[in-house]
Design a protein around this ligand. Structure first.
Ligand code: ZN
Length: 468
């Protein structure tokens, strides 16, 4: 079997060379692999005889590149998500947990292939222009290979991820715009042909983990579009190498509403993505104003009969919480966006409830403490503002649990407060929603009527103490 580079747009062929990334027509190059010999069940047997990880799929990676530079990337868990599936109304939901990679992101799959190729091509310095995950991943693999790494940090970069790169001994240069890199270094972009070929192994793993029966749909977040392109490429190769048969999955590409040029082009029916002006960098790792793989991604989504979905910031943050509390996976916003999009797709009827669906969870929430902080501020307000009457209710309930009617009378006796009886129930239901009191199931009270007793919670006790 042999490999070469081919233009994703015009089909022009180039030799395998790490320094090539764009065709003379301006479009990205992809590695293509020729099938000459083992394929189908014979190839499956060879793959399955190797240890888990990116390098298990050697026949589908660039040839002739020597000993891998590896930190044990890939081989991540495909988690059957029964509890999250129940929440979303899906019976067969799976999560590809890429947070398990060495630096906490799916990009490690690309870094291992690119840095291995760089080491064996005598590259003297690795460079990247990044706002986050790519910097951390490349820096770690550069250290392992013993090659210096230079990171151009763009405005809006996520501090925790840049600190991670700094810890891996990268040289940081604060750049104002994208073309600030030096000529002597080898620039690693997520769409570099070898990098992208490494990314594709997450999809090969998904197929293998599902016994080579492709799922019905895959949800993937998009910045430059490299992960969706890699998925599309993996599915295409798995079919040509006769690893899978039947209908390929529908691909759903996901972007955040502040910067969603690919989704906008999809909705307008365009073949090319127009560069987006004034992009909001709320989630830098999926915010790319000018995605170079845009036209490839649009083709991939359309030919798979999938769709492009835009999600709002608050939907992303809520999805982080939902994923963590149902499946025990803490994702960063750029990763949880795929769950937010799945929710929309189910509600819009794009996904059938019995279909087999995979969401790629591309990066760990530990990399983005700021979003986690934001999330907790949404759910657990630090200062609960409550009115005088509610405070008096809490005070009375701190002395003893009471029925609504009993409480209404007690407010009159203790504080001289007089209002119509239904008002007390309005106050009580608001206090329940605030988590400050709870009501126990009804029991028989005086006069043989069924009544509900109200009790103060720990939060209620705390709020009361703080207000005194
Ligand atoms: Zn071309």
């Amino acid at each position: 079997m042999s490999s070469r580079l081919e233009c994703a747009q015009c089909g022009k062929i180039y030799p395998l060379d790490i320094r090539l990334r764009l065709c003379e027509c301006g479009y990205p190059l992809l590695v293509t692999h020729q099938v000459e010999g083992s394929a189908g069940s014979e190839l499956k047997a060879v793959i399955e005889s190797r240890p888990l990880g990116v390098w298990r799929y050697l026949e589908l990676l660039p040839k002739g590149i020597g000993e891998p530079v590896s930190l044990g990337e890939g081989g991540t868990y495909l988690q059957r998500a029964e509890r999250l599936g129940r929440e979303l109304g899906l019976r067969n939901l799976y999560l590809k947990n890429e947070t398990m990679n060495p630096t906490g992101s799916f990009l490690d799959r690309g870094s291992t292939v690119e840095v291995t190729m760089a080491l064996h091509s005598d590259i003297k310095c690795l460079e990247c222009i990044s706002r986050g995950n790519l910097a951390a991943s490349l820096a770690a693999y550069a250290v392992k290979a013993g090659i210096p790494c230079r990171v151009y940090v763009l405005p809006g970069a996520e501090q925790a991820k840049i600190l991670q790169a700094l810890a891996y001994d990268a040289e940081l240069i604060y750049a104002s715009k994208k073309h600030d890199h030096a000529e002597d270094g080898h620039l690693v972009e997520p769409y570099n042909p070898f990098f992208l070929d490494g990314l594709k192994t997450s999809t090969l793993e998904i197929l293998e983990q599902l016994d080579w029966n492709p799922p019905d749909a895959i949800f993937i977040t998009m910045g430059t579009g490299s992960n969706l392109t890699a998925t599309w490429k993996a599915l295409d190769e798995a079919e040509s190498f006769r690893l899978i048969g039947g209908d390929p999955p529908r691909l759903y590409g996901v972007q955040a509403s502040g910067c969603a040029p690919i989704v906008e082009a999809f909705k307008k029916g365009l073949d090319k993505v127009e560069p987006k002006r004034g992009c909001k960098m709320i989630f830098p790792d999926i915010s790319e104003p000018n995605p170079i793989l845009g036209s490839v991604v649009l083709k991939a989504i359309r030919s798979s009969r999938g769709s492009a979905i835009m999600v709002e910031e608050n939907e992303i943050l809520e999805s982080i919480k939902l994923l963590a509390k149902t499946e025990g996976i803490l994702a960063e916003p750029a990763a949880a966006a795929s769950i937010a999009a799945l929710k929309i797709a189910v509600n819009d009827g794009l996904i059938d409830r019995s279909e087999r669906v995979v969401c790629m969870i591309t990066g760990s929430g530990l990399k983005d403490p700021a979003s986690i902080r934001e999330l907790f501020k949404l759910s657990y307000p630090k200062h609960v503002k409550i009115s005088g009457t509610k405070l008096k209710i809490l005070k009375l309930l701190s002395e003893k649990s009471m029925y609504g009617y009993e409480l209404w009378k007690a407010l009159k006796i203790a504080y001289g407060l007089e209002f119509k009886l239904p008002t007390i129930y309005q106050h009580l239901s608001e206090l329940i929603r605030m988590g400050l009191i709870v009501s126990k199931p009804p029991e028989r009270g005086l006069g043989r009527r069924m009544v509900r007793k109200y009790h103060l919670t720990e939060s209620g006790r705390r709020v009361l103490a703080e207000s005194q």
